[in-house]
Design a protein around this ligand. Structure first.
Ligand code: GLC
Length: 423
């Protein structure tokens, strides 16, 4: 009998298969372009076999940064009818078409990890130095346009910006988004994946209304926040931004860019203080805040656990670890609290496990000194892959693979988890 192919080899094959030269698609068919946070996390997988290629992944993304500083959530490098909404719907007028909203700003974190672990030090220094001001401009853009009141945390203005597209967190706020007048459309995602595992039509209509509304405002990113009926402060998104800002500040100090360091240290100090206002003692985690009503959103999702990725107080991180432990699903970490009646084990971000989120939570818990809690997530993630392959997301109870197959960032995270296990 032949020995089974080691996970690391399968993971590398998937990354190579989805590699389009200077960027990587999340998976064939379902997602045929470059996605923002996918790419940054994918680079962490690529570094295990080709460091130069890993830097290129992030450079390509930043080559499509907008002059205002925003880094778009999708870059439509080549035409492909397999995805909706495509460049014609966004109509952002960019030289290479892009979407007009952003995604979790994990680039600063990815840069530091690539830099710290790089074998080729000279190349790493050159490449990170060129990216530093670009990431700094993105962070500056966030606080200028998405925190106009100066509270220290930024809002997302479209559920897709969160990266957790159809989370239960957005349901109530989305109710405020109208659907009248949207152009007729045909979804493509439900042709590639089971509709029961994807967002509903009612949600999709609202996603599109927001896109059309922002398009009518000429994609002037300085105006969109105030003009959006959807403004949510997500602790997970903000934790990613604050962690990235801390990592960028650290890099900037080492690479002699004191202004970038000082600016990002300020973002972190203010943001971490403001994050405390999102804490829920009852849920043992952070919650989203609806910026339009000013109220916390009673929805215990993985967004509030992901807060552990930033340097939150150690006692909070320990409580988050305990909350995860108490969830009791066979596989960690479900994207929504299983005890909540709205939990749905198979529908996208309303219950399933996603490896990228596991990775960031595990990293944060390890940094907070909670090694056992971090190791439990790593172990569970690798078991999930051993038993069920490299899917887009997974049922946390049965482990059933869901959504797209041979998924890029899942493969990248496996390489990282394997390295963490050996460390
Ligand atoms: C889905 C996910 C999002 C991801 C994209 C590409 O839209 O919700 O987080 O970036 O797919 O993988």
């Amino acid at each position: 009998m032949n020995a089974p192919t080691p996970l690391a080899e399968i993971a590398k094959d998937i990354l190579r298969e989805n590699d389009r030269g200077s960027y990587t698609v999340p998976t064939r068919g379902l997602y045929p372009f470059q996605w923002n946070w996918d790419s940054c996390l994918t680079a962490l997988g690529q570094r295990h076999y080709d460091e130069a290629r890993a830097w290129t992944e992030i450079e390509t993304l930043f080559a499509h940064q907008w002059p205002c500083g925003m880094v778009p959530h999708i870059v439509f490098h080549v035409p492909d009818d397999g995805y909706f909404p495509g460049p014609g719907v966004w109509a952002t007028g960019r030289p290479v078409p892009t979407s007009g909203i952003t995604q979790p700003p994990v680039a600063g974190f990815a840069l530091r990890r690539l830099y710290d672990r790089a074998q080729n030090r000279a190349e790493a220094a050159t490449r990170v130095r060129a990216l530093l001001p670009k990431v700094a401009a993105w962070h500056r853009w966030f606080f200028a346009t998405r925190d106009p009141g100066g509270e220290g945390l930024v809002a997302i203005i479209h559920p897709w910006e969160s990266g957790r597209d159809n989370s239960i967190d957005w349901d109530a706020a989305l109710e405020r988004v109208p659907t009248a007048g949207i152009a007729p459309y045909t979804r493509r995602d439900t042709q590639h994946a089971d509709p029961e595992h994807r967002p509903t039509k009612a949600q999709y209509d609202r996603y599109l209304w927001l896109v059309e509304h922002f398009r009518e405002l000429g994609w002037d990113t300085a105006r969109l926040h105030d003009a959006s009926p959807f403004q949510v402060v997500d602790p997970g998104f903000n934790a990613i931004l604050l962690r990235a800002a801390a990592d960028l500040a650290d890099l900037a100090e080492r690479l002699d860019a004191p202004e970038i360091a000082a600016e990002n240290h300020r973002f972190v100090a203010r943001g971490l203080a403001a994050m405390e206002r999102l804490w829920s003692e009852r849920h043992g985690q952070y919650l989203c805040r609806d910026r339009i009503t000013g109220r916390l959103i009673d929805s215990a999702s993985v967004g509030g656990l992901l807060a552990a990725f930033a340097a939150i107080p150690t006692a909070r991180a320990a409580r988050i670890a305990a909350s995860i432990e108490a969830q009791g699903t066979r596989f960690r970490v479900p994207s929504h609290a299983p005890a909540d009646p709205r939990f749905d084990a198979k529908r996208y971000w309303r219950g399933p496990v996603w490896l990228v989120v596991n990775y960031m939570i595990a990293d944060g818990l390890a940094r907070a000194g909670l090694a056992a809690a971090a190791a439990a997530i790593t172990r569970s993630s690798l078991e999930l892959i051993h038993e069920n392959g490299f899917a887009e997301y997974y049922d946390p109870i049965s482990g059933a693979p869901l959504g797209g197959d041979r998924f890029t960032w899942t493969a990248a995270m496996v390489l990282e988890f394997l390295a963490m296990e050996q460390a």
